[in-house]
Design a protein around this ligand. Structure first.
Ligand code: ADP
Ligand code: MG
Ligand code: MG
Ligand code: MG
Length: 400
């Protein structure tokens, strides 16, 4: 047993050598800490002579973004490695392979995906990913269906819920997404140009009711094992491959929360296109690509979900066609509501997004923030009445 301490690069190399059948004995290995995330250390270990490489991700006992004053459980490394392994069993091509998890060091050893790019960056560079909608649609359909009462043994599911009790990371979401942006909280980082729009949210009773309902769903609706942090910074991508990483926020929650995370991050890039596209034509075209991707994700997800439900559903009572229709409508409504919540917090809450904040032109940045707030709040207000994915697409189209 090793007592927990943050690894040095040399220790990370020594650890990597203990992984069986990987590196050549005695060969030279190099190590770099490459974590750009907010919470953890990420070591990239490689062997020059063979080109083999591996990733060691280690949880720190505090949130790196805030510092040692914000302690955070190391158990999230267990949650992450166990969630990755469940996801791998359901969608082996869509997550990194986990070699091993070390409880004492809060360390996950996984496949190196450095030949992929983080999708947020890929979108900021104006790239398109023709297979993404199919890949992520299948990922959410399979990971959500097969961990829910629709697709797995319902007694085992109760034990799963317990396995993934993740109170500290859920609390981050509960505060940063569903509370702080809707009041004058210290954690907020309000861009001066949108101050009046932000203050208007705090007194918008119609909006606050919907946020309360969505927050309640996040707290209580143990539908499926969620990834919990499925933004475009948690997706590694190339033209023909998609890999979902970083499920340390995994817990049993409402399916729409994961779907909404993907939609919101595509829409945040959409909101910021004035700063990223060369001209009006390019901008309209790229925005069309992003909305088309959202539409395709929903259609892939719902088609796949219905089809595996019909073939592999475990519950006789739930097998009726009317119930399937009702269920998917609820998931769509939740997804639309959570999309809105995930957008709003990125405008003026803690931890914003590079799609907006990396823009050089201040005016474009503020315009992006206004568009994001407009779409986000409209989606939140509309969520419980939504009938189809077109509702979301129309709200996005009207906001620019
Ligand atoms: P955090 O939870 O701290 O956000 P992430 O899992 O998102 O950590 O990883 C942070 C960064 O480390 C990623 O954005 C990526 O650059 C790098 N990284 C993480 N996992 C891998 C991997 N399997 N292969 C290559 N790089 C990785
Ligand atoms: Mg991350
Ligand atoms: Mg990151
Ligand atoms: Mg993370």
């Amino acid at each position: 047993m090793t007592t927990y301490h943050a690894l040095t690069e040399a220790e990370a190399v020594a650890y990597a050598r203990t992984i069986p059948d990987l590196f050549t004995a005695g060969s030279e290995l190099s190590s770099h800490e490459i974590g750009d995330g907010n919470l953890n250390l990420v070591f990239h270990i490689s062997e020059a002579s063979t080109g083999k490489s591996i990733i060691l991700k280690q949880a720190l006992p505090y949130a790196k973004v805030v510092g040692e004053s914000w302690p955070l459980t190391l158990d999230r490394a267990r949650i992450e490695s166990e969630a990755l392994q469940i996801q791998e069993s359901l969608c082996p091509d869509l997550v990194p392979h986990v070699y091993t998890y070390d409880k004492d060091l809060a360390l996950t050893v996984m496949q190196d995906l450095s030949d992929h790019v983080i999708m947020r960056k890929g979108l900021m560079d104006g790239n398109r990913y023709p297979l993404f909608a199919q890949h992520i649609g299948r990922f959410i359909a399979h990971t959500l269906f097969y961990t829910s009462d629709l697709g797995m043994n319902q007694q085992e599911k109760k034990l799963r819920v317990k396995q993934f009790i993740n109170p500290e990371l859920c609390k981050i979401t509960e505060d940063l997404i569903f509370d702080d942006p809707y009041r004058d909280a210290e954690t907020n980082d309000i861009p001066p140009a949108v101050r009046s729009e932000v203050e208007a949210l705090w007194v918008d009773k119609e909006l606050l009711l919907e946020v309360a309902i969505l927050r309640s769903g996040f707290l209580t609706k143990a539908q499926a094992l969620l990834h919990g942090d499925l933004h475009t910074g948690s997706i590694f991508i190339t033209e023909d491959s998609t890999k979902v990483i970083d499920p340390e926020f995994a817990y049993y929650g409402p399916m729409g929360f994961d779907i909404g995370a993907v939609f919101a991050n595509l829409l945040l890039n959409y909101a910021a296109q004035e700063g990223w596209s060369q001209d009006q034509l390019a901008r309209d075209d790229y925005r069309g690509y992003l909305l088309g991707t959202i539409r395709d994700i929903w259609h892939t997800f719902s088609g796949e979900f219905r089809s595996i439900w019909s073939l592999y559903g475990v519950d006789r009572v739930f097998a009726g066609e009317n119930y399937q229709e009702w269920y998917l409508e609820q998931v769509l409504r939740d997804a639309i509501g959570y999309t809105g919540c995930k957008m709003v917090r990125r405008v003026h809450g803690l931890a914003q997004v590079a799609d907006i904040n990396k823009l050089e032109d201040e005016a474009a940045k503020d315009r992006a923030r206004r568009i994001a707030l407009r779409i986000g709040t409209a989606l939140i207000k509309h969520n419980r009445q939504a009938q189809s994915i077109n509702d979301l697409l129309e709200i996005a189209a009207e906001a620019i």
